[in-house]
Design a protein around this ligand. Structure first.
Ligand SMILES: Nc1ncnc2c1ncn2[C@@H]1O[C@H](COP(=O)(O)OP(=O)(O)OP(=O)(O)O)[C@@H](O)[C@H]1O
Ligand SMILES: [Mg+2]
Length: 381
């Protein structure tokens, strides 16, 4: 894409904040979105995603802080002077114009006469070349969404802001459009900042995800990093499911921390613990449901040495095709979730069965026990 509309570079927010009267929608926020990256702002309803996006677009005036685009301070610039375009959930296409003219709109407004080549290229990019002469109502929701993306991209923005752009689509179409948007972003190479409350969507599409909670970014990182190394219970529960055991620091052996939980011991790599680790201190020991193996208590002797293990009784099991999801009642945690891939099902693993849950200590993470272990559970549901 050509460099027509001012400087590119990283989007940099420094101390950006928004208050409405006594209410703080966005607490002072420092955030850098690298040029050319696919960045997601993820969080539950009301956490300040749209407000943050609108401050980047210039549609909302920050109460404090600065918005940089590359080296340029754009905080005081009106939206139309920023090299930024926004795609909203409601595509707001012009119903009386055909697809070609909808996409051409930005060029015509700038007084360009020969728009054909650019519009055709853009329609090609979003794979709607065949639909150019249709009206918006003759297209599917996903196709209309792509028109909205093409209409924004034709202005050659340096940054495309997307506010829940797939919110109105059904699940299957959403999945398709996630891949489609990712492809388009890779092809045009500009920065996309995508707002969503759907954790799977954020993880599928984005290079970097910022998890927002109550007007703050709780954690920022690559999807795998956030999932494997959550630093708060909110992030651990909002992205997927986590099990927590309250444990007490017992001792240390090399790079590992040994903890007491119930009558037993659990091992946690020190590098994966974000809680203070003084002996006697409390730690929330976390483990993801798919990391855990389930053995019938009669087979406990066959479990390899060196694995973390706890005992329990199956309270509930649901077969969902690719996996079976168990809820296990254990002395150290009343509703431990275990996802077992559906390979060879052990017919003894039914509600009421006494079991041993065991996992590789490397898959354990440790969080500060002062937090609410259930933070983010409701929001993610
Ligand atoms: N103009 C306004 N006046 C007062 N409060 C506002 C205003 N705009 C937003 N808010 C409040 O600021 C908070 C953040 O709103 P925002 O729209 O950024 O949330 P969001 O994360 O985009 O949520 P959603 O997922 O529901 O779109 C909300 O509590 C909202 O009620
Ligand atoms: Mg919003």
């Amino acid at each position: 894409m050509t460099n027509q509309t001012g400087p590119g570079g990283d989007v940099r927010l420094t101390g950006i904040a928004k208050t409405y009267g006594a209410f703080t929608a966005v607490h002072p926020l420092d955030l850098t979105v690298p040029q050319g990256s696919f960045f997601a702002l993820l969080g539950a309803s009301g956490c300040g995603k749209t407000t943050t996006l609108r401050m980047i677009a210039g549609l909302e005036e920050p109460s404090a802080g600065t918005v940089f685009l590359g080296d340029q301070d754009v905080t005081a610039l009106p939206p139309y002077k920023r090299p930024v375009n926004t795609v909203f959930q409601s595509y707001a296409l012009f119903p009386h114009l055909d697809i070609f003219e909808n996409v051409a709109f930005g060029l015509r407004r700038r007084g360009l006469k020969s728009v054909k080549k650019q519009v055709e290229e853009m329609l090609e990019l979003v794979q709607l070349g065949e639909q150019a002469r249709k009206k918006p109502h003759q297209l599917s929701g996903g196709q209309q969404q792509r028109v909205a993306v093409a209409r924004a991209l034709i202005n050659h923005p340096k940054v495309l802001l997307l506010d829940e752009p797939l919110g109105a689509l059904d699940l299957k179409l959403r999945r398709q459009m996630q891949l489609e948007l990712k492809r388009i972003q890779t092809e045009v190479g500009i920065t996309f900042i995508h707002v969503t409350h759907d954790q799977e969507e954020a993880m599928t599409m984005a290079d970097t995800v910022a998890v927002m909670n109550g007007g703050r970014v709780e954690q920022l990182g690559a999807p795998t990093d956030l999932y494997e190394n959550p630093r708060t219970t909110f992030v651990a529960n909002f992205l997927g499911t986590s099990n927590f055991i309250e444990a007490e620091v017992d001792s240390r052996s090399g790079e590992e921390i040994v903890l007491k939980a119930g009558g037993g011991k659990l091992v946690l790599p020190e590098a994966r613990c974000s809680a203070p680790t003084a002996t006697g201190g409390k730690v929330l020991v976390g483990v993801r449901p798919e990391k855990i193996s389930l053995s019938h208590a009669d087979d406990a002797g066959e479990i390899p040495e060196g694995r973390n293990r706890i005992t329990g009784r199956i309270a509930d099991s649901s077969f969902i095709g690719v996996s079976t999801q168990y809820v296990v009642d254990s002395p150290v945690c009343s509703d431990f979730e275990v996802y077992a891939q559906n390979i060879d099902r052990d017919p003894r693993l039914v509600p009421g069965a006494e079991v041993v849950l065991h996992w590789n200590p490397a898959h354990t993470f440790g969080l500060d026990a002062a937090q609410d272990a259930d933070a983010g559970v409701e929001e993610a549901a």
